[in-house]
Structures are given as C-alpha cells and as structure tokens.
Design a binder for this molecule. Structure first.
Ligand code: KIV
Length: 290
C-alpha cells in the first residue's frame, strides 16, 4: 500500500516537474477524480501558446482539414498533412503530451499499413500517441496492432467525423437503444484492446456517464455531457476563431472579430499615412530645420 502511494506520487511529480503527462499519469488523474483538459492545436503558433497554459494535453486533430485547410470534411486529410502539422505543433508545444490523429484510410486497409502509418506519426510527426476513430471489429484490431508496437492509442467513439458520408451528416449518435448499446460495447472493446484513453463525441449524457463509470481508462468528452473524465474543444471553436458553433461549443473569446478589427485599423493607418511611424523606421530621414 505504501509502495503504491509512493509510485503514484512519483508519476504525478514527474508530470508536474516536466509538465509532460503520460498514459500512466492520465490514468492516475481519473483514479483521483481530477478532470483532464484537452485542446486541439495544428501548428507551431497554436502549439506554443497552448504550451504557456496548464492544459493537460494537445490533440492535433484531423479537424485540421476543416478549420485550417478549408476542406469540406476530414476525410480528405492526408498522412503528409498530419505529419507536417503534428511535427510543427510539437515543436511549439514544449512539455505537452501530444496525440496526433490518424487520417482516414491510414488504418483501414491492412495491419501492415496501419502499423507503418502509426509509426510515421510518432517518428516523423513526433507525436506521443495516436488517435483513431470507430469501434468496428476492424478498428479494434487496428488498436491492437498499434499498441503491439508500443505506441499509445486514444480511441474515438460516438460521432466519428470520418464516418460523415455513412451518417449522412454530423448527427448525434447513440439515440436508439441499439445504437446506445453498440457504442457502450465498443467502448468496452477499445479498453480491452489496449487503448489508454477514449474520446466520446456527440452522444447522450447518460451514455457518456455510463461509459466513464464502466471504464478504467479516462474518457474525454466533446458533446458527451458533464460526466466524462475530461473535455476537449477545437482550438478555433474555443477562441471564436471559426464560423462553426455546434451546441457543445463554448467560445471563450471572439478572435475573428478582434483580428478583423486589427487588420482594418492597420489598413486605415497605411492609407492615411500614419503607419509606419518614425519608431518603425531604420535611419529615418529627420525633418530638416529652416
Ligand atoms: O479532429 C478533432 O479535432 C477531433 C476532436 C473533435 C476530438 O477528433
């Protein structure tokens, strides 16, 4: 018992000192009832600013495709996109645990491709874990393949955006008894396959609660109610830096308006000649006296 307490203290102290969490410290946070905070980031700039906060972990989500690249869904995001943006985010996010999303088609075709792609996200993308969507037999096997390579896997159930064509839109999942039970069983299977964390998106609150209580691994909710072990929001949504506002989003800022105002002010000053001023000028030509 004493040894167990020492071990727990060591894990949490390592996380506090290095500011770098691990699958073990997240598990411990759940055991202790401490909420886990996650946010997405996509590049050096967003990674750097998140690194100045006390956020527990970063997800380089394939929402990248929609909020950064302007694609109409996440299914068109490539491995190259995720590697390049993943590595840029990690370069900025000193001391943060970073999960990188596996894009559509990178874990669907064969065990060999699944393994190679997961390893590329960790080696070239420099992430600390990967995330993949779905709870079908194929996806559960994909989790097993990746965990077998010593790479931590975060699972993702409920509204899985890479299934948007099959769903016919972005819709709350788990509304019928059968769908509710299917998601619950899939959640159990992700833990059994070795996932260290589970994202739950757009499901009824009671299902988020039931899964969070049944699993040992932490659940991270986005539109999954108040009883998950942690929460995640998309960087752009949280900051008012996007035009999307699903019910589950709370915008804590209005960056779009603030940026637009700053750019208008800059362009006005250039037009009227008040920018650049003397203080922005190298070897300014001083006004000649007399
Ligand atoms: O891609 C993403 O940003 C995500 C989060 C919404 C969980 O998967």
């Amino acid at each position: 018992m004493k040894l167990k307490l020492l071990k727990e203290k060591e894990i949490l102290m390592t996380a506090a000192m290095n500011k770098m969490h691990s699958p073990q410290s997240f598990a411990l946070m759940k055991q202790k009832g401490q909420k886990i905070t996650m946010i997405t980031a996509y590049d050096y700039a967003s990674g750097s600013v998140v690194a100045t906060t006390d956020i527990d972990l970063i997800l380089v989500g394939d929402s990248l495709g929609m909020v950064v690249l302007g694609l109409d869904n996440t299914m068109k995001v490539s491995m190259e996109d995720m590697i390049s943006h993943g590595a840029a985010t990690v370069r900025g996010a000193t001391g943060k645990f970073v999960i990188i999303d596996m894009p559509y088609m990178s874990y669907h075709l064969s065990a060999r491709e699944t393994r190679i792609n997961a390893a590329r996200l960790v080696n070239e993308g420099t992430g600390h874990a990967v995330k993949l969507e779905g709870g079908s037999a194929g996806r559960i096997q994909a989790i097993r393949e990746i965990v077998d390579m010593e790479i931590p896997v975060c699972a993702h159930l409920g509204l899985t955006p890479q299934s948007v064509l099959r769903y016919g839109g972005y819709k709350v999942q788990g509304k019928t008894d059968a769908a509710y039970e299917e998601i619950f069983q899939a959640a159990l299977a992700t833990e059994e396959a070795g996932a260290f964390m589970l994202v739950l998106e757009a499901i009824p609150e009671s299902l988020g609660k039931k899964i969070s209580e049944a699993l040992v691994i932490p659940t991270i909710g986005i539109g999954a109610g108040r009883y998950c072990d942690g929460q995640v929001l998309v960087y752009h949504d949280l900051l008012g830096y996007s035009n999307m506002s699903p019910k589950f989003v709370k915008a804590y800022n209005d960056l779009n308006q603030s940026i637009s105002r700053s750019i208008m002010e800059y362009s006005k000053e250039v037009r009227e000649g008040s920018f650049p001023g003397r203080e922005h000028t190298y070897y300014p030509i001083d006004k000649q006296e007399g």
